[in-house]
Design a protein around this ligand. Structure first.
Ligand SMILES: *Cc1c(COP(=O)(O)O)cnc(C)c1O
Length: 496
């Protein structure tokens, strides 16, 4: 399988090259040239690891079967995920199914990708004959950072540097990051918001002089953000796994389409679902759920992507995003691989912070996607409502999806089974969750509330956030955006 750039500015490459490089050097994201087809019926009784192998192998044809099987077994083993199903389903009612994507080591769905991706990257470096040490730069709105640090810690031949917005992540997220051990890890707070961090990292990747300087010193950059195909492809697997389990449990019939409801930020998770549908997974509609940073809701409604708007900090910080990078891949697919259009729109985005797609593209998007958003009040009401109705605790991000799904159903009368992605453990965003379910809004100490929430809901605290305050803080840098390049040199012990 070859990979091509969404902006038509790179010759086709093998998957190892795409994974090692992250994004196309002159801008653009790598996507598979064609999409393989898989029959979900054939996956019914299979364990998660086997489903993952079958989804990965047609995309990663330059990896051997042994490489993939060993990587998958290690990434999704019982020492990493505390559920034998890895991404188990919770059936709330006949048409509402939640997939818990937070059983990994950091309690967020990003573990599904980031436990596997470093293994793929390490193999990719070998395959492409890389001689330099790889430096992973990550911009994070919270969850990616810890999941990446955990996935890459002590990986051979790789350094990882994570940038997060100072004050823009929860205390738990910050402590998770700054207490990460390992000889090759760094977490750096940046004075700015997530989009500032992401733009900063993208500019560093695209800076030829700086890249040359690092190359001279024996380093090269790569990315673990969801712009890297190695992040996306593992995520396709859990959609197939969910569908196969629903079939097996007679929640749906063979070939019955489902709705896929995703709390969305950078558009990676929902894009993986879209690729699953291109591969033959029967999907009726994608429901793209946003918080009040609802740039995607507007885009799906009117075809105008406009990031020129107020940025809001919400209780679902991993979705506080105004530039959804992976939308570019989706638009490339939806326009039938029209790199010229993508190039033009993304030039507009860079210049004016906005672009407008043509009518045909807009119609194609609307034929498959519905967008919606939840206010903070609606998010809290969804946490409360889900707990009252089903005795089931959900986090703030999942609650955005539940709320938008409810509104979508009320507006359309659609009775299709909804598969809702639950992207974080409720313990990760516990103060919001606790105040929503208990009505007690006086508790703001994230760590004190862990026990309260656990007692109240009779659910054990997720191991990823238990006893965090007892761990030593190992990373304490705070920088302004202009200092990023110098900070990287410092961290790599490069003299300048
Ligand atoms: C990253 C994240 C999201 C957003 O996922 P995207 O793939 O960026 O759309 C939603 N919820 C949680 C908890 C996350 O960590």
């Amino acid at each position: 399988m070859k990979y091509i750039s969404t902006r038509g500015n790179h010759a086709p490459v093998e998957s190892a090259f795409a994974i090692k490089t992250g994004m196309a050097p002159r801008g653009g994201l790598f996507v598979p040239e064609t999409v393989p087809v898989i029959d979900p019926d054939g996956l019914r009784k299979l364990p998660y690891q086997e489903v993952a192998y079958r989804v990965l192998s047609p995309f990663l044809t330059d990896y051997t079967e042994t490489e993939l099987r060993e990587s998958v077994a290690a990434a999704y083993g019982p020492d990493r995920f505390d559920s034998p199903d890895v991404a188990p389903l919770k059936y709330l009612d006949k048409t509402t199914v939640v997939q818990e994507l937070w059983h990994g080591p950091t309690a967020a769905f990003k573990d599904l990708a980031l436990q596997l991706m470093p293994r793929l990257l390490h193999l990719a470096a070998k395959k492409t004959g890389a001689t330099r040490e790889i430096v992973i730069l990550v911009a994070t709105s919270g969850d990616t950072g810890k999941a990446a640090l955990e996935g890459f810690r002590d990986a051979p031949g790789v350094r990882i540097i994570v940038f997060y917005p100072q004050g823009g992540v929860s205390k738990i997220q910050e402590l998770q990051m700054v207490t990460t051990g390992g000889s090759n890890t760094a977490a750096v707070a940046v004075r700015g918001n997530f989009d500032d961090c992401q733009t900063m990292v993208k500019q560093i990747f695209a800076d030829p002089d700086y890249n040359r300087l690092l190359a001279d010193k024996g380093f090269e950059f790569s990315s673990a953000n969801s712009i890297n195909w190695g992040r996306l492809v593992p995520q396709i697997a859990y959609y197939f796994f969910a569908y196969a389990r629903m079939l097996d449990n007679h929640v749906i019939l063979s070939e019955e389409p489902v709705n896929i409801v995703v709390p969305t930020g950078n558009f990676g998770n929902i894009l993986a679902g879209y690729y699953a549908s291109l591969m033959g997974l029967p999907v009726n509609r994608f429901v793209c759920a946003s918080n009040v940073n609802n740039v995607l809701t507007d885009f799906i409604a009117d075809g105008v992507y406009d990031r020129n708007r107020t940025f809001h900090r919400t209780s679902s910080p991993s979705m506080d995003i105004l530039i959804s990078s992976n939308l570019e891949r989706f638009l490339f697919e939806v326009t039938g691989h029209n790199a010229m259009k993508i190039e033009r729109w993304y030039e507009d985005l860079a210049k004016r912070g906005a672009y407008k797609v043509d009518e045909t593209t807009r119609a194609r998007i609307q034929a498959l996607f519905s967008g919606g958003y939840a206010t903070e009040e609606e998010t809290f009401a969804a946490i409360r409502g889900t707990f009252d109705r089903y005795g089931y605790l959900i986090d703030t991000h999942t609650a955005v999806a539940v709320s938008v799904n409810d509104k979508y159903r009320a507006e359309t009368g659609d009775k299709t089974v909804s598969l809702i992605g639950s992207t974080a453990s409720p313990f990760k965003f516990n103060t919001a969750v606790y105040s929503a379910v208990s009505g007690d809004k006086t508790r703001t100490d994230e760590f004190g509330v862990l026990n309260k929430l656990s007692e109240f809901a009779k659910v054990p605290i997720h191991r990823a956030v238990d006893r965090l305050t007892e761990k030593p803080v190992l990373h304490d840098r705070v920088i302004g955006i202009p200092e990023a390049r110098k900070t990287i040199l410092d961290l790599l012990n490069i003299r300048y």
